[in-house]
Ligand binder design. Structure first.
Ligand code: BG6
Length: 487
């Protein structure tokens, strides 16, 4: 990539992969684990590939829990709860120095409101994080990734209820005090801004009418901002040199046309989708958010002590996931609508798309990184997820040829290098997902992102065997050469 070893990538750059407990572990009722949102997400064989599955009411949840015939792939994941030692050994062979996963909150606190954690879960994560270290990887640990105890959703109403914040802080306190000796990169929330788009998965909200939704989403997000600040403080108390941050979904948007009204709509959409990271990084609500509340007559329960905490304990780094860019035109922003389409209002005719309609835009990653560098000067950005979902084919010879995935990562890593040359501070690149896991949005196993193939289909049928794809060797060469072997 460059004449100098490592090119623009610093020596301490985090090269790694990322997964989430709810999409990998399975064992949903084993060793005392309680159900989470993920365990009621049903796989629909007639799925519209371009849609994003969600759940809207407590009745849906009750029905799913009682459903004996439907397929709920996240309940079994890829069996990582049993296979993590072998899987981590194989992942370690990639030569990566970082591995991101999450702690299943409902494994530690099955109902969420217990005073004491589940001892089996403590032992499981003791060994998991130690094993990650043994294979030369630094654990990057997400505290919550779409897997809160379902009881807190159905009984307390999710994050709209301040009490949920207290339960979360008890869980986070347990995790940080127990695993600080092994973990020094904490990620409090996965994709904090997706609460705007997917209120069930990200905020645990159900049975909220369209009219109420903007105010309820804002209140729930406020509780997450306060919780984030409190956890940043906890992590620093436990280890002053620990890095504590949170993650947002990058939602870089292009205006649908050069009509001034579309350009303004794009600016307003980005003000909305970036307002959560503004709060995390700058420690205060941006003008666009306070103006929104005022204009909509929304008054939230925001206490002075909350604002002080948010101001005082800002993130050490901002994590982003990057998959697509979006196109937006005049119309309601993501705060005013419920439900979402991944690419925004319309397709970008200049970009190709995956079979799921996710548009592929490596240059957009360079644009996004420059945007964060301008908006949050000096703030390190961790690319906590980037990858291509594809229906890979296992050949009769037992091989998986995935040149499309190699192309995808190559062009995105190249864009990261260019952004670093532009002056952006990038802390690391974690590929989603290293090993195939269940898809978050479609609940498919056939939407694969890994460098390692897991021989299980959408119905959970298969040997479960792990097979290195062609992209495995390619990524290993990239990582071990610090991207000199990109081409
Ligand atoms: C991110 C999530 O949105 O995208 C992951 O943090 C998810 O959980 C990833 O798996 C890819 O999305 P999907 O829906 O294709 O699995």
């Amino acid at each position: 990539m460059s004449a100098e070893a490592g090119g623009p990538f610093p020596e301490d750059f985090l090269w790694g992969v990322a997964i989430a407990a709810n999409q990998a572990e399975g064992a949903w009722q084993q060793a005392g684990k309680g159900p989470s949102q993920a365990d009621v997400m049903r796989f629909d064989p007639d799925l519209d590939l371009h849609s994003i599955a969600t759940t809207e009411s407590v009745a849906d949840v009750v029905r799913a829990l009682a459903d004996g015939s439907g397929i709920y792939p996240k309940r079994d994941g890829i069996g990582f709860y049993e296979t993590y030692r072998d899987d981590l050994e194989l992942l370690g062979q990639l030569g990566i120095n970082a591995f991101r996963t999450s702690i299943a909150w409902s494994r530690l606190y099955p109902r969420g409101d217990e005073a004491e954690p589940n001892a089996d879960a403590l032992k499981f994560y003791d060994d998991l994080f130690a094993t990650v270290r043994q294979h030369g990887m630094r654990p990057v640990v997400t505290l919550t990734h779409y897997e809160m105890p379902l009881n807190l959703v159905t009984e307390l109403g999710g994050w709209r209820n301040r009490e949920v914040m207290d339960h979360f802080l008890r869980f986070a306190g347990t995790a940080i005090s127990r695993w600080s000796p092994l973990v020094d990169v904490w990620m409090v929330f996965n994709q904090l801004n997706t609460g705007l788009l997917d209120p069930f998965l990200a905020l645990g909200l159900l049975d909220v009418s369209d009219a109420e939704m903007p105010a309820v989403k804002m209140q729930a997000l406020h509780h997450q901002f306060v919780a984030n600040a409190a956890v940043v403080a906890m992590a620093h108390r436990a280890n002053p040199s620990a890095l504590a941050g949170s993650m947002v979904l990058d939602m870089t948007a292009y205006p649908a046309t050069t009509r001034p009204a579309d350009v303004l709509a794009q600016v307003q959409e980005e003000q909305v989708t970036l307002f959560p990271s503004d709060v995390l990084v700058r420690g205060a609500y941006p003008p666009a958010a306070t103006r929104y509340l005022r204009d909509h007559g929304i008054s939230l329960d925001i206490r002075d002590s909350d604002l002080e905490l948010i101001a005082k304990h800002r993130v050490d780094y901002l994590a982003i996931s990057y998959y697509v860019t979006r196109v937006v035109g005049e119309g309601p922003t993501s705060l005013d609508r419920t439900g979402w389409s991944i690419n925004g209002d319309r397709p970008n005719l200049h970009l190709a798309a995956s079979p799921w309609g996710w548009q592929i835009d490596p240059l957009g990653l360079r644009t996004a990184l420059n945007k964060y560098a301008d908006r949050y000067p000096g703030m390190p950005i961790l690319i906590a997820e980037n990858g291509l979902g594809f229906e890979d084919v296992l050949t009769p010879a037992g091989e998986v040829h995935d040149p499309y995935r190699i192309d995808y990562h190559r062009e995105h890593i190249r864009a990261v290098g260019q952004a670093i040359d532009d002056g952006c501070t990038v802390m690391g690149y974690l590929a989603w997902s290293g090993i195939d896991v269940v898809s978050a949005s479609s609940n498919q196993r056939s939407k694969r992102y890994g460098f390692i193939y897991v021989d299980l289909d959408d119905f959970g049928v298969g040997s479960g065997r792990r097979i290195r794809k062609d992209s495995f060797d390619w990524f290993q060469a990239v990582v071990t050469s610090r991207a000199d072997a990109l081409d």
